[in-house]
Design a binder for this molecule. Structure first.
Ligand code: FES
Length: 86
């Protein structure tokens, strides 16, 4: 989420600024990266109920821990299906 905000990525509004309370940072994790990123925690999973077009790739980007193992991580923005390479 922070990387998307810094890059002014359209479709990532992050209105709650990372507090897992708004779902405006919804993204799809590329299938090749789902094992690295891991599943959503319980709170995040319950918040995803309020997002549109949720599927098994869905995550709230503010809850995704990006570390050195995520170099090259690919996520998709639901609204326009654009690909972000982090
Ligand atoms: Fe609000 Fe992620 S920024 S839920």
């Amino acid at each position: 989420m922070e990387a998307a905000l810094r890059a002014n990525v359209r479709g990532i509004d992050a209105k709650c600024r990372g507090n897992c309370a708004c779902v405006t940072c919804h993204v799809y994790i590329d299938p090749d990266w789902q094992t690295v990123v891991g599943p959503p925690a319980a709170l995040e999973e319950s918040m995803l109920d309020f997002a549109e077009d949720v599927d098994n790739r869905s995550r709230l980007s503010c809850q995704v821990l990006v570390d050195r193992f995520c170099h090259g991580l690919i996520v998709h923005v639901p609204a326009e299906q654009r690909v972000l390479g982090l």
